[in-house]
Design a protein around this ligand. Structure first.
Ligand code: MF3
Ligand code: CO
Length: 287
């Protein structure tokens, strides 16, 4: 890009006073053989503004679920809460009809790793742990985050898994800053999970998000420190490890084609933050 033209990012500054330095730094890393983000992975300031609005609605949907979730509720009721709240605030639930997904939210209970389908016959019972994964489209911009909920009195064993999973995501977030790598986030997560006797699912990862539901890069949570894509301001992606109390293996429901279960029937937990890499760190857009 020409040095004296306005920067592509929408800052209103000249390119030479804005992204030129960042682009040179990216090029330097690329020359060393690293995986670096292409321009289309980096969001412009106007895009970030729109994505932030979608993320705020996404967080509000999660807050709405948090205010209403209770023992005895079936997961279809959670689906209705998500659909009604999202639509009444001008949004669209991103999962609905996504690659044939039949509902507005994923609800994954106990040994379900992810992509659980809300169902009136799945009733939240005392002692259950459930992940509610909410994804929102607002004015064409996408957001994605999930929380764990403890239903009634939950065993110490299940609570520890949920607590450690939340800690994993915070430790990953602490590594989310410019010129680190996605592998630094993964290593922080995987190391903490393993130190607690848990395992991290390998084949299902996180993703870029914002202009589409699932964008580049694909994000591993078992990659080694220093590996994978370079982190650059303007990247938006999810930190969403699935942590199993037993082994990392899983299988997919043959009948519905979606729900992922642990192979060994152990418990699984997941927490998902949607993060923006900023000039000096990361901002959580939705959690
Ligand atoms: N929110 C899930 C994710 O993190 C969405 C899975 S696709 C769906 O990518 F259709 F199941 F919603
Ligand atoms: Co996601």
């Amino acid at each position: 890009m020409e040095r004296n033209k306005l920067c592509w990012c929408g800052s209103g500054k000249k390119y030479k006073k804005c992204h030129l330095a960042i682009d040179n730094e990216i090029a330097r890393h690329a020359d060393q053989g690293e995986i670096v983000p292409t321009r289309d992975i980096l969001k412009s300031i106007p895009q970030i503004e729109q994505i932030r609005k979608s993320a705020d609605l996404n967080t509000a949907v999660l807050d709405h679920v948090a205010a209403h979730i209770r023992p005895g509720m079936n997961t279809e009721e959670i689906d209705r809460l998500v659909y009604d709240f999202t639509v009444s605030h001008g949004g669209i639930p991103a999962p609905l009809n996504y690659q044939g997904f039949p509902k507005s939210v994923c609800t994954s209970v106990n040994n379900e790793v992810c992509h659980g389908i809300p169902d009136e016959n799945i009733i939240l019972e005392d002692g259950d742990i459930v992940n509610v994964d909410v994804s929102t489209i607002l004015n064409g911009y996408y957001a994605d985050a999930s929380r764990m909920f403890l239903i009634g009195n939950v065993s110490k064993r299940a609570r520890r898994l949920v607590d450690v999973t939340a800690e994993c995501v915070e430790l990953g977030l602490a590594q989310a800053k410019p010129w680190n790598h996605l592998g630094d986030i993964a290593d922080a997560i995987n190391t903490h999970a393993q130190a607690n006797g848990y395992s991290v699912v390998e084949e299902i990862g996180g993703h870029g998000v914002g202009l589409a539901f699932h964008e580049e890069p694909w994000v591993s949570y078992v990659a080694p420190k220093g590996s994978e894509m370079l982190l650059v301001p303007g990247m938006i992606f999810t930190i969403e490890p699935m942590v199993n109390e037993g082994g990392p293996d899983f299988f997919i429901d043959e009948d519905n084609g979606w729900t992922v279960y642990t192979e060994d029937d152990g418990l699984s937990a997941q927490v998902e933050y949607m993060v923006l890499i900023t000039e000096d760190g990361a901002e959580v857009l939705s959690k």
